[in-house]
Structure formats: C-alpha cells, structure tokens
Design a protein around this ligand. Structure first.
Ligand code: HPA
Length: 246
C-alpha cells in the first residue's frame, strides 16, 4: 500500500489522530528537515508526517528547508505527498473556511533553494511541470470533500508569494489579473521539489482570510488563527477519508 506523507502547514503542526510509531531525526544532504518526521498510523494507513514550520511553529515560509523536508520524506519511504496549506482568498468564492484543491500554481517567490538539480551534475534535467499537482491524488481529496459535504472548490490557481509579509491590495489585484484564486507562501518550491523526486503531490488549501483589499478591514493574525482553529477538524476529516480510499 502506498505510504503517504502529510506536510502540515500553519495550524497543523501536529496531527491529532496520528498513532505515532516512530519519531525520525533524519539528516539529508540539504540539512535537517523542519522537525522530526513522525511515522505512524492515520485513518488505518501508514503515514509520515512533517510540520512544515517546525513544531512548535517557528520557521517562516521563506526559511523552510523545503529540500530537506522532501528529501527526508522520500528517504523514509514516502510514495506520495498530501500538503496542507493555509491561504488567503482572492476569488469571491474563496471566503474564510473554504477549502480548495488547486489544479495550477504561479510561483512569485525568489531566492529560495528550489531544485535538487544543481552543483556538479552528469546532465542537466528539466522536469515537466505543466500540471504541478497529481490528478489522481487531487481527485481523492475532491472525492473526500464531496463525501464530507464541505464547502470547497475543485480547481483553483494558487499564487505563491515570498512573504513573510502579506501582500498589498494592488499586488492582490495583479495576482487576480494573472488568474490566481488563492494566495499562500509555502506552495513553492515544495510542489516542484516533489516533482523532481517523482513524488505525486496534491494540496489541500484552507482559506483563512480574504486576501489584502478583499474585505473592508485589515488582515489580523487573530482572524487567521480563528479560521485555522475552525477549519482544522475539516482538514483532518478530508485527509482521513482521502487516505482510507487509497
Ligand atoms: N497571503 C499570503 N499567504 C497567506 C495569506 C495571505 O493572505 N493567508 C494565509 N497565508
């Protein structure tokens, strides 16, 4: 049976319901992952879990060692990756609490270590990234969302910004003109690195705030934290159902 990795984002630094069988301190050629990898059983399936921002939450999006996280997960036996990401909503439909399984992304980040293919190489490799998310894995998340009857979108374009600051309203207008529906800071280079390692990868995004300029007020951490707290049970339910269908 496929061993799935779950990469937990903001609000999911630990996976309640995971029966832990081992905490793995892994070293990689790229350094240490964000936290020990937890091996265990979730929804009756073997999973590996890593908290993207560390546990406790302490690593900002631009300083996450994405390469070490992906490398360590693969090294420990992960065969597919389900990523959980908190995002801001750009599209009208993407209000706080909405769940989205993006089908595309645009990368606006800069200065991040974004490839395993560098240094002294035998040959240069350009991986195909036309469709950044794995369709069968996406479909499993979608089926789980339908079964749970949670408000969700089955497609969406994820804009990955550099952070850690939130965007200006004009930046969000630009992202909307580019066709983006949701905005987060951690979707890249994670998705591309998974592709380089030939790990099928899909994202379950929880909208935790209207993006900048998309509501009458400012964006507060308190509002984000409230939406995260409210959405976490839904995320766990969707992950559990998606895994048990694997
Ligand atoms: N912008 C970027 N990243 C985010 C946001 C946002 O509004 N909300 C949560 N992560």
């Amino acid at each position: 049976m496929t061993v799935h990795a779950i990469i937990g984002g903001t609000g999911l630094t630990q996976l309640e319901g995971l029966t832990i069988t081992a905490a793995l301190n892994v070293d990689t050629p790229y350094g240490a992952p964000s936290a020990p990898l937890l091996r265990g059983d979730f929804a009756g399936r073997e999973v590996l879990f890593v908290a993207r921002h560390g546990h406790p939450h302490r690593i900002p999006p631009h300083q996450v060692n994405y390469r070490a996280n992906l490398w360590a997960l693969k090294q420990c036996g992960a065969q597919a990756v389900l990523a959980v990401n908190a995002v801001g909503g750009i599209h009208r439909q993407m209000g706080a609490g909405h769940l989205c399984v993006p089908h595309q992304l645009i990368d606006y980040t800069f200065g991040r270590e974004q490839t395993f293919f560098e240094g002294i190489l035998d040959h240069v490799t350009h991986v195909d990234f036309s469709y950044p998310y794995d369709e069968p894995l996406r479909q499993r998340l979608i089926d789980a969302l339908r079964a749970e009857q949670f408000a969700h979108s089955e497609r969406g374009v994820y804009a990955c910004t550099q952070g850690p600051r939130l965007e200006t309203a004009a930046e969000i207008d630009r992202l909307e003109r580019d066709g983006c529906d949701i905005v987060g800071m951690t979707g890249m280079p994670e998705a591309a690195l998974a592709r380089e390692l030939e790990l099928p990868y899909a994202c379950l995004a929880l909208v935790v705030n209207p993006a900048a300029g998309r509501s009458s007020g400012l964006i507060s951490m308190a509002d984000i934290e409230r939406a995260l707290g409210d959405g976490i049970d839904q995320i766990k339910a969707v992950l559990g159902r998606a895994l048990s269908a694997a």
